[in-house]
Ligand binder design. Structure first.
Ligand code: ZN
Length: 174
């Protein structure tokens, strides 16, 4: 299973809206497997397809901390159908914004429907870390990043640092 390259902000693709998936077949499952491997290797607990440059409504999540007992969750065309009034705050990071973290307040619980790895329609209710993770990843499918919830000043500062970081990555030494 080949790993994929993770897109780093700023990149215009991260601001695009991903398209719904029409068919769950082996090719799509291969892509989900590759996304999962890319996420584990990073390491991260969630990854949306747009983060590997593919504008499809696909998410992989695994919030289990146990190396031996992985619990991957594959979400195809996820839709948030309800959110709680009550909120919770987590310090969020993102594989597309390496090295940057911020406390983000989101609805504490959410309910989603989605299509699973086998093409079956499912519904789950999530709370805690899973709820935040799902909302963060669904945001990616709509071109939203966690820094969009910060003040313009904080957001601009992070983007400036990322631009510098990307320039460093592109430098070559001969
Ligand atoms: Zn992210």
């Amino acid at each position: 299973m080949p790993q994929k390259k993770i897109v780093i902000e700023p990149d215009p693709i991260l601001r695009k809206k991903s398209k719904p998936v029409e068919k769950v077949d082996d090719e799509l499952r291969r892509l989900l497997d590759d996304m999962l491997e890319t996420m584990y290797a990073a390491p991260g607990i969630g990854l949306a397809a747009v983060q590997v440059g593919i504008l499809k409504r696909l998410i992989v999540i695994d919030i289990s901390k146990d190396e031996d007992k992985k619990e991957p969750l594959f979400l195809i065309n996820p839709k948030i159908i309800s959110k709680s009034q009550q909120t919770s705050t987590y310090e969020e990071g993102c594989l597309s914004l390496p090295g940057h973290f911020a406390e983000i307040e989101r609805p504490a619980e959410c309910e989603i429907n989605f299509i699973d790895y086998n093409g079956k329609k499912k519904e789950i209710k999530a709370d805690g870390l899973l709820s935040t993770c799902i909302q963060h990843e669904v945001d990616h499918l709509d071109g939203v990043l966690f820094i969009d919830y910060l003040s313009k000043l904080k957001k601009d500062m992070i983007i400036k640092k990322l631009v510098k970081h990307k320039k460093e990555l592109n430098k070559i030494v001969l």
